[in-house]
Design a protein around this ligand. Structure first.
Ligand SMILES: Nc1nc2c(ncn2[C@@H]2O[C@H](COP(=O)(O)OP(=O)(O)OP(=O)(O)O)[C@@H](O)[C@H]2O)c(=O)[nH]1
Ligand SMILES: [Mg+2]
Length: 237
C-alpha cells in the first residue's frame, strides 16, 4: 500500500543514498560534487535523525541517545532519480558537547570549519533543538556561514517536544532573532513534520525537478518506494 500512499499524499520518495566515507581530516574529504548539503548543529540536536528523515531512510546515519557520538564528517552520495546529478550530504560532528574535553571540542570545530571553507557549491542546514532556540553557538555558526557566503536554513528540531502554543511562540521568537538571515523550517522526525518543506527549500531547483519528475512517473505507473522510509537504508562502506 506504500505505493498508493505515495501517489495519494504526493510525499517525495525515499532518496537513494550511498555512504561514501567518514572523514576525520580534510585529507579524507571526497571530491566535491555539483551540490552539497551540510547538516550542522550541537551534539544531540537531531542531525542524524533529520538526515535519515530527509532521505526517507531508516538507517543511513547512526542515531544515538548519547551526545557526541558522531565524531567524523559522514559523507553520503545522494541521487533523486535515475539520470539526475548526484550530490553530497555531509553529516557533521556536533558542536559544543559540554562533557567532552576542550581539545576534542576544538578538534570537531576545526574539522567542521575546514569542511565549510573547502571549495564547493553548498548549502547548510543549521539545526537547533526547538526548545533551545538560537544561543551563542548557533549565532557563531550563522556568522561563520555568512562570512563564507554559504546559504543557510535554520531547522528547529524535535518540535513534538513543544505544545502547540509554545511552538507558535518559539517560531515567532526564532524569526525575530533570525531577522531574515535564514529561512526557518520546523521539524519533527517523530511526527514526520517538515520533510517536504526541507526538500523544497534546501535543494537546488534541478534536484527538485528531478524529484517531482520521478514522483509523477511513480504516480502514473503505480510503482514507487516506501514513503515511510522503510527502505533498506544506505549502505555503509
Ligand atoms: N522527540 C524527538 N526526538 C528526536 C527527534 N530527532 C531526534 N531525536 C532524538 O534525539 C537524540 C539524538 O538524535 P541524533 O539524530 O543522534 O542527534 P545528532 O545531532 O546526530 O547527535 P550527535 O551525532 O551525537 O551530534 C536521539 O535520541 C533521537 O531519537 C525528534 O524530532 N523528536
Ligand atoms: Mg549524529
Amino acid at each position: 500500500m506504500a505505493t498508493l500512499k505515495t501517489a495519494m499524499t504526493g510525499a517525495p520518495p525515499a532518496l537513494k543514498a550511498d555512504f561514501l566515507c567518514g572523514a576525520s581530516s580534510s585529507k579524507r574529504f571526497p571530491e566535491p560534487l555539483a551540490f552539497e548539503l551540510a547538516f550542522l548543529g550541537r551534539s544531540n540536536c537531531g542531525k542524524s535523525s533529520l538526515l535519515n528523515f530527509f532521505l526517507g531512510r531508516k538507517n543511513a546515519a547512526r542515531v544515538s541517545s548519547l551526545p557526541g557520538r558522531t565524531r567524523e564528517i559522514n559523507f553520503f552520495r545522494v541521487l533523486f532519480a535515475k539520470g539526475a546529478d548526484p550530490f553530497l550530504i555531509a553529516d557533521l560532528p556536533g558542536y559544543g558537547f559540554a562533557a567532552a574535553p576542550k581539545a576534542v571540542v576544538r578538534g570537531w570545530r576545526d574539522l567542521a570549519e575546514s569542511y565549510l571553507a573547502s571549495p564547493g557549491r553548498r548549502k547548510a542546514l543549521l539545526l537547533t533543538d526547538a526548545r533551545r532556540g538560537i544561543a551563542a553557538e548557533e549565532e557563531m555558526l550563522l556568522n561563520l556561514l555568512e562570512h563564507l557566503e554559504t546559504p543557510v536554513v535554520l531547522v528547529a528540531t524535535k518540535c513534538d517536544k513543544l505544545g502547540r502554543g509554545e511552538l507558535a511562540l518559539r517560531e515567532r521568537e526564532l524569526k525575530t532573532v533570525l531577522n531574515g538571515r535564514a529561512p526557518l523550517v520546523l521539524s519533527s522526525t517523530l511526527k514526520r513534520l517538515g520533510r517536504e518543506e526541507l526538500i523544497k527549500i534546501a535543494l537546488p531547483e534541478e534536484c527538485r525537478e528531478a524529484a517531482s519528475a520521478l514522483r509523477g512517473k511513480e504516480s502514473a505507473s503505480g510503482g514507487g518506494k516506501d514513503p515511510k522510509g522503510g527502505g533498506s537504508g544506505a549502505e555503509r562502506a
